[in-house]
Design a protein around this ligand. Structure first.
Ligand code: FE
Length: 250
């Protein structure tokens, strides 16, 4: 019997934007779990891309192109609209937005309290809401607790605050091991927790996305928000990293 699969327009956009941006950035690597990924765009067959005699684009790029071609031919998507959305995530939406929130929270206790209590309201008021970021919960790192975010099911992620998720975030290895052995995973990212610090793992879903509010680095008392924001890395807002040290502020 033939089965019909119904896919909504938003799902199609989600797949294409995620896949297209991924391919544009060559950001499709799988983290094997053996050490911190050297770079987000590491790919298992990277050496093929260096081959000057290579005739075809990478397999993921071909798959995305095939999917896009079919959807355009069927009139289900407009390539111009797709390009506009990808451009938005390439240029305007990225970790700098989340970093701005973190820096302000470090400098403004009232803002920090509001962010931790009702992030949705704060983010919406600042105009940072939107697709893949409808319900955001901010969790704060403390000397007692280090938060780590994962999506065990797929790759749910607060796009409006952090942009497109890194390849390793979507890898089978990270999704499985972040829950099973978070301390080991953190160590591979270069984050070694003190014995008394609890690692708390948050499993993102289609309904709730998490943003980690990292601890403010020591020695940053005199810095303004722009300088503070320059210390906030994407990984530190996932919990897989720490902010840069004070001496590296822009
Ligand atoms: Fe997911």
């Amino acid at each position: 019997m033939r089965k019909t699969v119904t896919v909504s327009t938003s799902q199609i956009f989600c797949i294409l934007i995620r896949s297209s941006a991924t391919c544009i950035r060559a950001n499709t690597g799988r983290w094997t779990g053996a050490g911190k990924p050297a770079q987000d765009n590491a790919m298992p067959h990277d050496h093929h891309d260096d081959n000057p005699h290579r005739l075809l684009p990478s397999e993921p790029a071909l798959r995305v192109k095939a999917l896009e071609t079919i959807l355009v031919e069927k009139g289900l998507i407009d390539p111009a609209a797709l390009d506009a959305i990808i451009d938005l995530y390439e240029r305007d939406i990225g970790p700098q937005i989340g970093a701005g929130l973190v820096a302000r929270a470090w400098n403004d206790p009232e803002f920090r309290a509001a962010l931790l209590t009702d992030a949705d309201r704060v983010i919406t008021e600042l105009g940072h809401g939107g697709r893949q970021g409808e319900h955001v919960v901010v969790v704060e790192n403390t000397p007692d607790t280090h938060n780590l975010v994962v999506c065990t099911l797929c790759s749910c992620y607060p796009w409006p605050l952090l942009g497109i998720p890194p390849g390793w975030y979507k890898s089978d290895s990270y999704r499985a091991r972040a829950v099973r052995e978070p301390r080991a995973v953190l160590a591979e990212f270069g984050v070694t927790l003190a014995e008394g610090t609890t690692a708390r793992v948050w499993d993102s879903t289609a309904e709730i996305r998490y943003l980690v509010l990292p601890m403010r680095p020591e020695g940053t008392e005199g810095l303004d928000e722009a300088a503070l924001a320059s210390l906030v890395t994407r990984d530190s807002m996932i919990g897989a990293g720490l902010p840069r040290s004070a001496g590296t502020a822009a």
